[in-house]
Design a protein around this ligand. Structure first.
Ligand code: APR
Length: 256
């Protein structure tokens, strides 16, 4: 066992409360490109961060809806990878384990994680743009018929456009999710930070909250991130390689 893995095992072995913060890097090995990766085909000409805003949706609802349909299509064949699976198995070993994700795919659930806080929503769900029955007013678009060439479907309650249930740039995070994530961070003894650049707040503030409350931080990212300067341990490998190794090392020490 190499030294950083041994240190990670030491930190995790005695921890009863563990939080994991995940970002796009954890889904990368499932083939899901991030916003910051170059887009392909028709979408290569657009800056995704300019499409993922309420202003863009107001201005060009069809363009933004089609962009999300394209991203959903990209995600459709994706399967959980060894990193998602290792996190789900780790949850079973720790008395209080909270997985906080910025990802909008459903790969953590599909890998078997149970206690998940979603900070940025869920791309496969949709809601009313006007939140006409309160935020969020979910809409099941499978039950709707509409002219796809004309743009997004309309909310069956109020006729506003339907939009994906994701947090766009400039929007507030779901308050309940954010406060649950902050309290899991403040009470964690160890925080795992997996595949996030730490560039987008308030998610990027969570490791600071954990650190200030005395948690040990272990980062899994092949590259340094904005959070690396405050972590106790940076494991510079992909999540799909490093997390299964960590799990195996824990099992070796304590039994499967
Ligand atoms: N394993 C671990 N980390 C990886 C891997 C991998 N296989 N591949 C890439 N990474 C790292 C990259 O080095 C980078 O630091 O994952 C990070 C991905 O960073 P971002 O693309 O910025 O993703 P994220 O931090 O999740 O972005 C936050 O910004 O794009 C918006 O709302 C979107 O939720 C997203 C938010």
């Amino acid at each position: 066992m190499d030294d950083s893995l041994r240190q990670a095992v030491n930190l995790l072995s005695s921890a009863a409360r563990v939080a994991a913060l995940t970002g796009a890097g954890v889904s990368k090995e499932s083939g899901i490109p991030t916003f910051r990766d170059a887009q392909t085909g028709l979408w290569a000409q657009y800056d995704p961060t300019q499409l993922a805003t309420p202003q863009a949706f107001r201005r060009a609802p069809r363009l933004v809806w089609d962009f999300y349909e394209y991203r959903r299509e990209l995600m459709r064949p994706a399967q959980p990878n060894p990193a998602h699976i290792a996190l789900a198995q780790l949850e079973r070993r720790v008395p209080q384990f909270t997985l906080i994700t910025q990802n909008v795919d459903d790969l953590h659930e599909r890998a078997g994680s149970i206690h998940i806080i979603r900070l940025h929503g869920q791309i496969h769900r949709n809601k009313c743009f006007n939140a006409c029955r309160g935020e969020p007013t979910y809409v099941d678009v499978a039950a709707l018929e509409w002219d796809r060439a004309a743009g997004p479907p309309k909310c069956p309650h109020c006729e506003a456009f339907v939009r994906p249930d994701v947090v766009w740039f400039g929007e507030a995070l779901p308050a309940v999710a954010l406060s649950a994530a902050q309290s899991a961070s403040a009470t964690a003894e160890v925080m795992l930070i997996v595949g996030t650049s730490g560039m987008v707040t308030p998610a990027a503030d969570l490791p600071y909250i954990a650190r200030q409350s005395g948690a040990a931080l272990i980062e899994f990212n092949p590259l340094p991130s904005a959070i690396t300067p405050i972590v106790n341990l940076h494991i510079a490998e992909t999540a799909g390689v490093a997390l299964p190794r960590l799990l195996a090392a824990l099992e070796e020490r304590h039994g499967a």
